[in-house]
Design a protein around this ligand. Sequence first.
Ligand SMILES: [Cu+2]
Length: 277
Amino acid sequence: MMRLVVALLVLALGVLVVVSMEAPEWILAAAGSDWFPAELGLGAERVDGLFDHTNLFAAGLLGLTFVGLAWAVWRGAGRRAGEGSERSGSRRLEVLWTVVPAGIVVHLTLAQIQARDAIAADARGGEGAGAPLAIEVEGVQFDWRFTYAGADGAFGTLDDVTSVVDMPVPVGRPVELRMRSVDVIHSFFVPELRMKRDVVPGTVTPLAFTIDAQDHAAAGSPETLELRCAELCGWGHYAMVGRLLPMEQHAFDDWQARAGAAGFEAEAMADDVEDEG
Ligand SMILES: [Cu+2]
């Protein structure tokens, strides 16, 4: 009797653990909310799909483990002290517990590779997307800096536009970042885009994304998305927060024109000071 109670307790604990892995998402969905931040990047739902898929395998395997544990308690507790199993050298069992986990790992690996490639294709906006907007991103302890090519579309010219902290981006247009670090390893992370990539000194890391116009409108057209450094990069890491500002293409053009003009003025003033000095 006692061993049955203990086995049932183990089973109940297993149910509790497995349900707690899946339940928060169900409860929040029932309440009309979401476990994750809104999916605003093209391909973002693939990341969440991959998470759910992997989580399901983990929960299933954990559930099976608890069932096995409960069974062992129920079976084993009936034996007298010193009385063990005499089973040894089962080739069938060894093959089974090698092939099944290996199959799961291979399956999850292939699913990730497939999702990665699909996300990269989605992020470029798919066929028929307009010309991508190139932005040079610089991570520096403890700020994000952005350089836009300006109206002429070429970097390193007089109409380049630079911005610190704020990164305006047109909604629905593919964006191509070229990311560099001035000092240590940083990591570009925007949760709503489901995009996170390291920014490493000595190399240029590309990252493409497109803000989905429909999803952006459906989420209430947020004007600011937090851009977090996701790599511990020093004492000021916690404050290394930028702002991705999604806006309509015409608003972006206005911003770029204004910022470009302000840049010219600043340069002209600096030149005047030099001339006088
Ligand atoms: Cu950082």
